[in-house]
Design a protein around this ligand. Structure first.
Ligand code: PMV
Length: 361
């Protein structure tokens, strides 16, 4: 697959106006994407669990306009006009214009709602960009009804990636791979794909309780963080390690090897943060309570033999991952021992999910 293949031929239909709604989940990477080049091309492959409860629902209303010289849109979050969201969407539209030539021919109203609070420290870019990309693809499908389902999903993921890299992993479930990997046929740097191999029962219905340690705005955006991987002295080794960890996970998923799963996932989380700490300029996104939680998880695991583990994204919040049969005990542990380290005691109970859904208009 090349970028060229996502440029549409002439559309067979014409439309005046319409409205689509898609709901798209967030995702949590197990092997992390950190470092990119060119047009949102990842420096290494990644794999994620699709989430279920943390999601964005976006309604895109559109009507044709006379003047085709500019993008014309307004954005609402929870019913409130958000002028400050416009630059990010303008950049997204510029990046995808070649692939969706109708963008300047419509006026768009984008109405978006998240199930998680905007100020929770949970990035809404993955769920938000994928929901928007899917709405735009619904328009394309109306303009070109012959578009096959696989082409629809691939192109939606391709577009979502151009909005925010990890967004391309938010369309399907329950495990998604993004980035070329030599053991995964058809894996691509251009879009995410459903993990194609066997997954053991142990990973079905996996839980992710997100402990909200710090709900503030990130001090360093992921764009800045990714860019600091250029000229990073440890970058090449890190990219190699991500390939190796994904190779190891293939067997772990097949065998249901929870012990190795924990080792890889926690190492990936800490390596991500180690990359931040060894960038120039360096930075730390973990907070004291992030470390408290990690230490308590380790102590609990040692004491009980539980298979609970943690992962982190580019922030201070902790994703606590655990298998379904242990859910009750781990939940008690979280409620009794970990919630005290969350800002205002806030946390979100989520689990592995199955991807985006179109909602009736
Ligand atoms: O999609 P971005 O550019 O916000 O980057 C996300 C990076 C991490 O969340 C830290 C890792 C990942 O693979 O999702």
């Amino acid at each position: 697959m090349t970028e060229q293949q996502f440029i549409p031929l002439k559309y067979s239909n014409a439309i005046e106006s319409g409205r689509y709604t898609w709901s798209s989940p967030s995702n949590i990477a197990l092997v992390k994407y950190w470092g990119k080049r060119g047009n949102q091309i990842p420096e290494n492959p990644s794999v994620s669990f699709t989430l279920d409860a943390c999601k964005t629902t976006t309604t895109l209303s559109f009507s044709s306009k006379e003047d085709h010289s500019n993008f014309d849109f307004e954005v609402y979050l929870d019913g409130q006009l958000k002028e400050d969201f416009k630059p990010k969407i303008e950049t997204f539209f510029k990046r995808i214009e070649t692939y969706l030539p109708f963008l300047k021919t419509f006026h768009f109203k984008i109405e978006t709602v998240n199930t998680f609070p905007h100020s929770s420290g949970i990035a809404s870019s993955a769920s938000g960009m994928s929901a928007l990309a899917l709405c735009l693809m619904s328009i394309e499908k109306e303009l070109n009804p012959s578009l096959a389902e696989i082409e629809f999903t691939q192109k939606a993921s391709f577009l979502a990636r151009l909005g925010s890299g990890s967004a391309c992993r938010s369309l399907e479930g329950d495990l998604v791979v993004w980035g070329e990997h030599n053991e995964i046929t058809n894996s691509s740097n251009l879009f995410g794909m459903k993990y194609p191999f066997e997954v053991h029962e142990n990973f079905k219905n996996y839980h992710d309780t997100i402990l909200l340690v710090d709900k503030g705005e990130k001090q360093v955006s992921s764009t800045v963080g990714h860019n600091l991987m250029h000229n990073h002295p440890l970058a090449q080794e890190r990219f190699k390690q991500a390939h190796e960890n994904l190779s190891k996970l293939i067997n772990v998923f097949k065998e249901g090897d929870l012990k190795s799963f924990i080792e890889i996932v926690e190492s990936e989380a800490l390596t991500l943060h180690a990359m931040m700490m060894t960038s120039m300029p360096y930075f730390i996104l973990m907070k004291p309570n992030t470390l408290e939680i990690i230490n308590r998880i380790w102590a609990y695991r040692k004491e009980t033999g539980s298979h609970v583990c943690f992962t982190l994204d580019a922030g201070a919040n902790v994703h606590v991952l655990y298998p379904e049969p242990e859910a009750e005990q781990v939940y008690d542990f979280i409620a009794n021992d970990l919630v005290a380290y969350c800002q205002n005691g806030h946390y979100i109970c989520d689990r592995i999910g199955f991807g985006a859904k179109q909602l009736p208009i």
